[in-house]
Design a protein around this ligand. Structure first.
Ligand SMILES: NC(=O)c1ccc[n+]([C@@H]2O[C@H](COP(=O)([O-])OP(=O)(O)OC[C@H]3O[C@@H](n4cnc5c(N)ncnc54)[C@H](OP(=O)(O)O)[C@@H]3O)[C@@H](O)[C@H]2O)c1
Length: 449
């Protein structure tokens, strides 16, 4: 067969890439709408059609399923349809989504998914299954929705050794902190509004406790450093203990508080952590407000690059799903039936790079200490900090609120476990009236935008 014949055969194959959608909710419907609305644009870009020939979703009432050839409520109908080339998994959660993806890969179908929880927690197994079956498992939409961050890390920055990345990767959490800071509102009240506006789930645990962000961070961290997915080793702390007072004190010190996912190559290993973080007000990331997402990536050659945009929503997420579909169709047109990139961007994994315990990290810290309003308490606190080699960068001592007076301390760099020992000793003082709030400070060592 001549090269020309091979090309036309591949073009023929890609002309009618047949798609099956499992789960027609926010993302599934957005994908269907985008494929309809931008059909001409896609045809011009690709010289081929992306045709949804089958949809399976739990309830059919009220769904835009006119003109779809095959519709059912059983998602395994999509897997069992031999004519489907690509399964789009937009069910979410673990069951039946995990079996849907496994089944699709085993039956030789490519999969495009928006499911960050599944990729973060089962990706190692699923990518191996995709490799064994010579098919692609694409997941651009699973992290930061409309921002093409997977392609940026895996392809655009592939010439770099990534030093670190830091991102605001949960829009709900960022909306809550922005509202609390700008309008002096309490956490619970803003959370309720976020639920009413449809930003937060009815069960908002994944958003506010940082689990959703940890899923996304573990995916980005794997691609950045070439390490297997390790969601279970990603340190995760939510935003529910942040108060408007902390936001105000941080402001007085020149900082904003953002809920960040940070992955860093440090001298002891890889840091993977999600937690509230003090950021200098002058940093670009500190000024990303509301439901927006943004990720700052530092490569050893390019320096810092910033990606920002909509991290959720029907059309924004569909934009990333369809980017994966077009990518896949182009590979097939080029005669590549198996995925051209290793899913995590590394031919060989860097298994020697291990994720370090949170106690081993070194950082600067903000401390809010509820002290009893008595002479000598500050001397006791600074004595303990000194004993543990924790040096103080700044202190704010406020007016007494009833019996207690909040003492705010910014420390210089210290190992977290050393600081924890000092905190435990300070909390045991008779003149300290409760738990100390401890928030990490991220200076980015002058490297970032
Ligand atoms: N929403 C976003 O902005 C966004 C952004 C990035 C990534 N994602 C990810 O995209 C995925 C989908 O999220 P979504 O917001 O689109 O969720 P969603 O609106 O709840 O949609 C899920 C769809 O799957 C259907 N479904 C659920 N269980 C099913 C079952 N057993 N069999 C058949 N159909 C079933 C639901 O049916 P019913 O219609 O009957 O409920 C619904 O149509 C998740 O993994 C999510 O993390 C979402």
């Amino acid at each position: 067969m001549s090269r020309q014949e091979v090309i036309s055969l591949n073009e023929e194959a890609a002309k009618s890439l047949r798609l099956g959608i499992c789960g027609l909710g926010t993302v599934g419907t957005g994908t269907l709408d985008l494929l309809r609305e931008n059909a001409d644009e896609i045809r011009y870009r690709l010289g081929a059609e992306l045709e949804v020939t089958r949809i399976a979703t739990r309830t059919l009432e009220g769904k835009k399923i006119d003109n779809i050839k095959h519709v059912s409520t059983n998602v395994f109908d999509v897997i069992n349809d031999a004519s489907i080339d690509v399964v789009i998994e937009t069910i979410g959660g673990y069951d039946p989504a995990l079996d849907v993806i496994r089944g699709a890969l085993i039956s030789g179908k490519h999969v495009v998914t928006a499911n960050k929880a599944l990729i973060a927690e089962h990706g190692n197994e699923l990518f191996e299954l995709a490799r064994e079956n010579n098919v692609a498992l694409a997941f651009e939409s699973s992290v930061a929705a409309g921002i093409p961050i997977i392609k940026a890390l895996r392809e655009g920055l592939a010439g770099n050794k990534i030093s670190w990345l830091a991102g605001i990767i949960n829009g709900t959490g960022n909306f809550i902190l922005t509202e609390m800071e700008s309008k002096q509102r309490q956490f619970e009240e803003v959370l309720k509004e976020a639920q009413e506006l449809g930003y937060a789930e009815a069960d908002p645990t994944f958003d506010i406790e940082g689990i959703d962000a940890a899923h996304k961070l573990s995916i980005m961290g794997s691609i950045a450093f070439g390490i297997p997915l390790q969601f279970d080793k990603t340190y995760t702390e939510g935003i529910s203990s942040i108060t408007p007072e902390d936001l105000n004190y941080a402001n007085e010190l020149g900082y904003k508080i953002k809920h960040l996912g940070i992955a860093r190559r440090s001298k002891n290993g890889i840091e993977m952590r999600v937690h509230p973080t003090l950021l200098s007000k002058s940093r670009l990331l500190a000024n990303v407000n509301g439901v927006g997402n943004a990720v700052l990536i530092h490569g050893n050659m390019v320096g810092a690059t910033l990606y920002s945009g909509p991290g959720a929503g029907s059309a924004a997420t569909a934009s990333a799903v369809v980017a994966d579909l077009i990518d896949l169709a182009r590979h097939i047109q080029s005669g590549i039936t198996s995925p051209v990139y290793p899913a995590l961007g590394y031919f060989e994994m860097r298994n020697e790079l291990t994720i370090i315990e949170i106690g081993e990290i070194e950082a600067e810290y903000y401390l809010r200490i509820p002290a009893v309003d008595r002479i000598g308490v500050m001397a006791q606190i600074s004595g303990i900090l000194q004993e543990h080699d924790v040096s103080i960068e700044a202190v704010i001592q406020k007016e007494a609120i009833s019996e207690t007076v909040p003492i705010i301390i910014l420390t210089h760099i210290v190992t977290e476990k050393r600081l924890d020992q000092a905190i435990a000793e300070i909390e045991s003082l008779a003149d300290v009236a409760g738990k100390i709030t401890r928030i990490r400070v991220e200076p980015f060592n002058g490297e970032a935008a």
